[in-house]
Design a protein around this ligand. Structure first.
Ligand code: NAP
Length: 294
């Protein structure tokens, strides 16, 4: 029986600790941390994600400021709003929920956010800091959540082979950079044009899958003692939520595996809270947040 890496329970535990942390700031007479959350349009999945993020903020005592904008908003209007939030001393983090409508250039929006308030860590400056191993940047939420989970479960990285499937800017690439940071593991990144995916995934001691295709990774593609982290979120026609990995076939084979739901998703949300507090702590002269010491 594999160890189930329970992101849901771990996220709840961390949220309780963060709540206490925020109470500590308030008792010192400091203002509440604040996160501006910008949602453009009516995408149902984005609305659900934003709701979860806002609820998590409220639970720990982070003030979440909502900006629900119509689909018709122009890129310039959105950049103007971000400019105002960049200049607002009482706003710590700025989150723009992705994806954005096709008439808005996502990269222009990411680059308009002050890197010091870039709570998602997608700004090229923060990505560059991650790529060059600098400790002062903000790490994208999903890779950070996975990292915290692996550390919590004491998954050994030293001299291990890590294979990351999927090379997006928000998950696959920053995840691989994070594994490279301390030069403990050897990292392979697979993508759409990988010649023989199975020959790569069967080498993995630690397999991270972030593609968005149900059952992409089947039992024969994973070795027995691997640790499998399934980032994918796919809604099947029958309404069931599944990842990219055949969980049922692997849950008795591998040494550890994340479920979907209840694995990486809650860790992503909790990392958003951690990143907001990282920015807040820096502003108030506190040391680096202990959970982001990597
Ligand atoms: P994305 O931007 O669509 O990236 C997917 C990556 O996988 C791309 O690099 C894509 O290449 C590559 N790919 C496509 N087909 C492939 C194949 N057959 N073999 C190997 N690589 C392939 O998606 P994302 O934002 O990274 O998200 C990936 C999945 O994770 C989605 O299901 C998303 O919903 C989920 N997600 C979950 C969380 C969480 O908190 N649990 C957070 C973020 C995302 P191309 O660009 O060439 O297509």
């Amino acid at each position: 029986m594999s160890l189930i890496l329970n992101g849901k329970d771990l996220a709840e535990k961390i949220k309780k600790e963060l709540k206490k942390e925020v109470e500590g700031y308030i008792s010192k007479g400091l203002r509440k941390p604040a996160l501006a959350v910008i949602l453009v349009g009516e995408d149902p999945a984005s609305k659900v994600y934003v709701k979860r993020k806002k609820e998590a903020c409220e639970y720990v005592g982070i003030n979440s400021l909502s900006f629900n904008l119509p689909e018709s908003i122009t890129e310039i209007e959105l950049i103007e709003l971000i400019g105002k939030l960049n200049g607002d001393e009482d706003v710590d983090g700025i989150l723009v929920q992705l994806p954005l409508p096709s008439h808005i250039n996502t990269q222009n929006i990411i680059e308009s956010i002050n890197p010091d308030k870039d709570v998602d860590g997608f700004h090229p400056l923060n990505m560059g800091k991650l790529a060059t191993g600098m400790s002062s940047g903000i790490i994208p939420c999903t890779p950070l959540g996975i990292w915290i989970m692996l550390k919590h479960y004491k998954i050994e990285l030293f001299k291990k082979d890590v294979v990351v499937v999927g090379a997006s800017n928000i998950v696959g690439k920053p995840m691989s950079l994070l594994f490279l940071k301390n030069e403990e593991a050897t990292v392979t990144v697979c993508h759409r044009n990988t010649k023989d995916l199975k020959s790569q995934t069967t080498k993995a001691d630690i397999l991270i899958v972030a593609v968005g295709k149900p059952n992409l990774i089947t039992e024969d593609m994973v070795k027995d003692d691997a640790v499998v982290v399934d980032v994918g979120i796919n809604r099947l026609e029958n309404g069931r939520l599944v990842g990219d990995v055949d969980f049922e076939a692997l849950k008795n084979k591998v040494s550890a595996i994340t479920p979907v739901p209840g694995g990486v998703g809650p860790m992503t949300v909790v990392s958003l809270l951690i990143n907001t507090l990282t920015i807040y702590r820096k502003k108030h002269g506190f040391s680096v947040h202990p959970l982001t010491e990597i």
